[in-house]
Design a protein around this ligand. Structure first.
Ligand code: ZN
Length: 164
């Protein structure tokens, strides 16, 4: 499993954990829980306020077994938390990690080889430290600094020339 696969799996796992952390909330004289979230292109309406279409769909279930599809405005209001923002950030992180997949995996590979003593090129402690910070940043969905990207590409190029 690559670093990116690992990060994407962690992201997936964080959804049920987050949903669980929300717990139950009151609506229409009943207690409800969030059971799922998805995005859709189908024409769906919020079953609380009637707003159409809702792209972000939150499925809530009552203790009596009733299920409702709710839009992001209503879910925030009912739960009194910025649920929509969490899922928006979650999606942004996923898109970012997929976009930066080659960079994340190559930097992770360099660091792993360095730690195992199997890196065929010399890299200073400082250089590795910068790569570690870069990896940490990208893992959190934050764009790496241009100068660290340049540094990483420089190492990649050097690695490539040792294989030729
Ligand atoms: Zn609504």
């Amino acid at each position: 499993m690559t670093k990116t696969d690992e990060l994407l799996r962690q992201l997936e796992d964080s959804i049920p954990e987050y949903i669980k952390s929300i717990g139950s909330f009151q609506c229409r004289n009943d207690a409800w829980t969030l059971t799922g979230h998805y995005t859709t292109k189908r024409l769906l309406s919020c079953q609380i306020c009637g707003h159409t279409p809702i792209i972000d769909v939150y499925v809530i279930k009552s203790t009596r077994g009733q299920k409702l599809n709710v839009g992001n405005v209503c879910i925030n209001n009912i739960v009194k938390q910025k649920i929509g923002r969490w899922f928006k950030q979650h999606l942004a992180k996923k898109v970012f990690i997929k976009k930066y997949r080659p960079m994340i995996d190559v930097v992770d590979m360099i660091i792993t080889h360095y730690e195992n003593g199997t890196l065929p090129i010399p890299i200073s402690e400082l250089g590795i430290e910068r790569l570690r910070k870069m990896l940490q940043r990208m893992s959190g969905g934050v764009k790496p600094l241009d100068k660290t990207v340049k540094l990483a590409l420089y190492y990649v190029e050097k690695l490539g020339s040792t294989r030729a």
